[in-house]
Design a protein around this ligand. Structure first.
Ligand code: SR1
Ligand code: MG
Length: 402
């Protein structure tokens, strides 16, 4: 019998014991230090380090309620989904996923590589760090991990099995509420419409019926378009970086959904970093972040076409014009979701440091207004927003309006 034969939420004091008993990584006699280092909204993340050698590993464990709110009860199955999707990254895009050392279905946790030499991308962006390979790496990552899971590339019965395996109702419900519903209605009263722009935000969002209708269309597309096994939460807090390397973590929201959900999420979060630099007058960073956004969008489309040409197996998918139609709809979803992600991070429950960390109230207000106006156009004009230059042009236009 072991205390780890039955699930409980571990404390730091349990984790060293757990690792020695369950994971083949450290010597049984090693002296281990444990620290909880998680700053996400849902789970607990422990770094375990051997004092003598500095060798280290990460254990991530799921609780039955969200860390951000005890009102949010969740199945621990999300940690299994996360482990399986990270395993899929090792298969399709090994350089962009962490090494994995085992999954425990009883304790609802898994062990993975400690990426302590990396930095969370959001944190780097907030400190105006430049990552020269970001657009290249992330466009490759998305194309290489998403396309192989679609009906274009996968045998259709196998894909349907995958849809079943990765059904993720509770985490999807969080997105359905936090991204697609609450920002437009505040029905759970969790939105925070703050300070002097409260009336402006309310008018721009709650009182805009056309916007709310488009949000409804996008919500139902999210729930009904089982296109690819998406990450489901691909913001800049789910990406670890060094100047040369990029690793994607945290795919606990993964399920079969629209490809544009991942692409749009990343663009939205790069926009936060860009707008932060704009209001801070960080000219060099404004230029780099602008080029990165445009380049990510354009490289994604180029790589998508190359991969499709190399590997599509569905016979009708090879018909003239279909590939371009498919990509056009992905880019339309991308723009809509980019807009939704921006709005929910400005008014919703889960805000972003890039914006709330702007100390000077007038600068924050300006940033929020640029973001919201840009986001609304992304949603309303999504059918015609396709290229990097179009996104950058729209951002520029909104900056001039404020
Ligand atoms: C209750 S979880 C809040 C947010 O954190 C996650 O990272 C997702 O983005 C989710 O919407
Ligand atoms: Mg996360």
């Amino acid at each position: 019998m072991s205390k780890f034969d039955e699930y409980f939420l571990m404390q730091e004091s349990d984790v060293a014991e757990y690792v020695k008993e369950k994971i083949t990584f450290f010597d049984k006699k090693a002296l281990l230090e444990v620290k909880e280092i998680g700053d996400g909204n849902l789970n607990y993340v422990y770094r375990i380090k051997e004092t003598e050698t500095n060798k280290s590993i990460i254990i991530k464990q799921a609780g039955t309620v969200a860390r951000i709110s005890e009102d949010i009860h969740l199945s621990t199955n999300r940690i299994k989904i996360e482990f399986e999707v990270l395993s899929m990254y090792r298969k399709y895009a090994p350089e962009f996923g962490p090494d994995l050392y085992g999954y425990d279905a009883v304790m609802n946790c898994f062990a993975m590589e400690d990426l302590s030499e990396f930095r969370i991308l959001r944190d780097g962006l907030i400190h105006y760090q430049i990552y020269p390979h970001l657009a290249d790496h992330m466009s490759t990552f998305i194309v290489d991990t998403l396309l192989p899971t679609t009906d274009v590339f996968m045998e259709h019965k196998e894909k349907k099995e995958q849809v079943k395996t990765f059904i993720n109702p509770e985490l999807c419900e969080i997105s359905e509420e936090l991204v697609y519903t609450e920002p437009f209605t505040d029905h759970n009263k969790r939105n925070e419409l703050f300070g002097p722009i409260q009336a402006w935000l309310s008018q721009q969002i709650y009182e805009d019926q056309l916007l709310r209708t488009e949000a409804a269309k996008l919500k139902f597309a999210f729930m009904n378009n089982a296109q690819a096994l998406i990450h489901g939460d691909l913001h800049t807090g789910s990406i670890f970086v060094t100047p040369d390397q990029t690793k994607v973590i945290d795919p606990e929201f993964a399920f079969y959904g629209p490809i544009g959900y991942d692409v749009g999420n990343l663009i939205a979060n790069l926009v936060f970093a860009h707008v932060r630099a704009v209001v801070a007058g960080e000219e060099a960073y404004v230029e780099w972040s602008k080029r990165t956004i445009a380049s990510f969008i354009d490289q994604f489309q180029k790589k998508f076409i190359v991969k499709w040409n190399d590997g599509a197996i569905d016979r009708l998918a090879k018909e003239d014009g279909f590939k371009n139609h498919y990509l056009h709809t992905v880019m339309e979803d991308t723009a809509g979701i980019c807009g939704l992600e921006i709005i929910r991070r400005i008014v919703g429950l889960a805000k972003v440091k890039d914006i709330v960390g702007i100390e000077e109230p007038e600068a924050r207000e300006k940033a929020e207004k640029i973001c919201v106006l840009f986001a609304k156009d992304c949603i309303m004009k999504r059918a015609s927003l396709q290229t990097g230059d179009q996104y950058i042009g729209l951002l520029q236009e909104k900056m001039e309006e404020i």
